[in-house]
Design a protein around this ligand. Structure first.
Ligand code: ADP
Length: 264
């Protein structure tokens, strides 16, 4: 028996074990980091509206707001802030359930054009108020997708809500086309656009472009993270293209009914 061989084998094994341990340790550190970032984000997002409400309530309580009109304004702002907290909690719960695989999708054949028209209709008034038009363009004979109708509507709503929010002039277009084995669904706008650096990050939870500048961005930063989870649960794909100052196009591909039949 060649002992030097055995010793080098042993050294090798110890090395591999040390490397594995280090990886586990790094992974653990990473998870810890993700967890504490997450808590910091939740706290920040909750504290912002709560601090505002506290300030207004104190002013009211101290009798500092004398005329009725100003008082009504304070109430209105506080109401908006409570809605913001509610929205955050709703989105957070939804995202957590999706990430923990606690959501059962009710998948059926779905007519995408129909869902698109309904979503577009629900945003029409809000868009027109800003002078924006919403157009829906779908191919004739579009194949049905195999999906959860409400969740497809949720994906579209998140895109259109953002498009309306981040566009001041022009139009928002919802299009759908067959790209077997998928239907490609797009929402494009002529809004402020997103820089290349930020494009990679917008699907992260809580990410909002330039928090400072978009103070009145009443979003939760969770919409696109939810979209990503939903598309994954549908075995679909997503992407985004954008040019600062020109506009953005968000795309998802969702599998057709035929695609599902073939994959059994
Ligand atoms: P939010 O609730 O803030 O809208 P999202 O996850 O839906 O959260 O979007 C994340 C961020 O991506 C937004 O805060 C915004 O900065 C950017 N964004 C999303 N959609 C658009 C768009 N159509 N045009 C410009 N920026 C967008």
């Amino acid at each position: 028996v060649d002992t030097s061989d055995e010793i080098s084998d042993l050294a090798q094994t110890i090395n591999t074990m040390a490397e594995k341990l280090e990886k586990v340790e790094q992974e653990r550190y990473h998870l810890e980091q993700v967890r504490s970032d997450f808590l910091a984000n939740v706290s920040h997002e909750l504290r912002t509206p709560l601090t505002a409400m506290q300030g207004f309530l104190e002013a009211l309580q101290d009798g500092l707001v004398e005329d009725e009109e100003a008082r009504q304004k304070y109430y209105a702002v506080m109401y908006t802030e409570t809605m913001q907290v509610n929205r955050l909690v709703d989105d957070l719960m939804d995202l957590m359930k999706l990430e923990n695989n606690e959501v059962n999708l009710a998948k059926f054949p779905v007519d995408v054009a129909d869902v698109m028209n309904k979503v577009a209709f629900s945003f029409r008034a809000e868009a027109e108020e800003k002078g924006l038009t919403i157009k829906v363009e779908t191919e004739d004979g579009l194949p049905k997708i195999y999906a959860d109708r409400d969740r497809v509507a949720q994906i579209l709503k998140n895109f259109v809500k953002n498009a309306v929010k981040f566009t001041e002039h022009g139009e928002i277009r919802l299009t759908a086309a067959a790209e077997e084995p998928y239907v490609r669904i797009q929402v494009s706008d002529t809004g402020i656009g997103i820089s290349q650096d930020d494009l990679n990050r917008i699907w992260e939870r809580f990410f909002k472009v330039d928090r400072g500048r978009s103070k009145n961005n009443k979003g939760t930063g969770l919409g696109l993270a939810i979209v990503k989870e939903l598309v994954e649960l549908h075995d679909g794909k997503w992407s985004v293209e954008s040019e600062l100052g020109q506009g953005s196009t968000f795309t998802v591909w969702l599998p057709t009914v035929g695609a599902y039949r073939q994959s059994g």
